[in-house]
Write a protein that binds this ligand. Structure first.
Ligand code: ZN
Length: 258
């Protein structure tokens, strides 16, 4: 009589352990020593993902201490997120390179992808698909975006074009689209041009969301100000992006490179 009971208890415990296990773990880095608009976005997106983590069974840890970007700690996480800043020391850069080259996941917003001729980090430019910051609109404005691929996991359920809330938009030169390894997922609709008053994006190709397919990564240009997280459709895409990276299989081709 005891055996069936034991089996029942064991099955119950096994089930309890399974549902308690998060599907993946995210470590999100942000900074409070950045411009106010970037802090505002940080606050909103952290609240958004904290709620999503509860609903979708993943772990969302946040830190503003960038020394946590080290080999030892990153081993515990399947996704690293940069919300409104990027590494500032060589050690942090090397740890991130190693993490990504070995199949880690990354999602970066807005200024976290910023680089110019003073950055001095060629690995990161390559990681971004060759994209180097070229210009931006000012003041921040809403814009119409075109979805390049409506069948992709991150744009599922999103119409072919959407109205994106107020943001500061970056244009890149060269455009990441020129890189054969890059898949562009959303682009600024040319009908927005000229975009800006003080600083104007006058024309050209402006991808705003893309992935370098050699890595498990996605970059999203949204991330300036307190309006970014105000649109349900765009939020769906922002949720999809993290779930896609978090549940994605590690890319291993980079591990054997070098
Ligand atoms: Zn900005």
């Amino acid at each position: 009589m005891i055996r069936p009971l034991l089996i029942l208890v064991a099955a119950f415990l096994f089930h309890a352990v399974c549902i308690a296990q998060p599907e993946f773990k995210v470590l999100a880095f942000y900074s409070t020593k950045v411009e106010q608009d970037h802090q505002d976005f940080s606050k909103d997106v952290r609240a958004f993902y904290t709620k999503l983590a509860d609903d979708r069974n993943f772990t969302f840890d946040v830190t503003k201490d960038w020394t946590n970007l080290n080999d030892t700690l990153l081993k515990n996480y399947q996704v690293v997120m940069w919300i409104n800043d990027f590494p500032h020391t060589e050690q942090q850069r090397r740890s991130f390179e190693k993490y990504m080259d070995n199949g880690g996941g990354w999602i970066g917003f807005h200024v976290s992808g910023y680089n110019d001729k003073t950055t001095g980090w060629p690995w990161f430019v390559d990681f971004m698909g060759g994209a180097v910051f070229y210009t931006n609109n000012w003041p921040p404005q809403p814009a119409r975006l075109i979805v390049d691929d409506t069948t992709h996991a991150i744009t599922k359920g999103i119409p072919p074009a959407l109205a994106s809330p107020t943001n500061e938009w970056y244009q890149w030169k060269p455009s990441p689209r020129a890189n054969k390894n890059v898949k562009v997922l959303l682009t600024l609709d040319p009908m927005n041009y000229p975009l800006g008053i003080k600083d104007i994006i006058t024309g050209g190709d402006t991808p705003v969301v893309w992935t370098n397919t050699r890595y498990r990564m996605i970059y999203m240009n949204m991330g300036h100000g307190d309006a970014v997280m105000s649109d349900a459709l765009q939020n769906k895409m922002i949720a999809n992006s993290l779930l896609w990276i978090g549940k994605g299989k590690p890319v291993t081709i980079n591990a054997v490179k070098k």
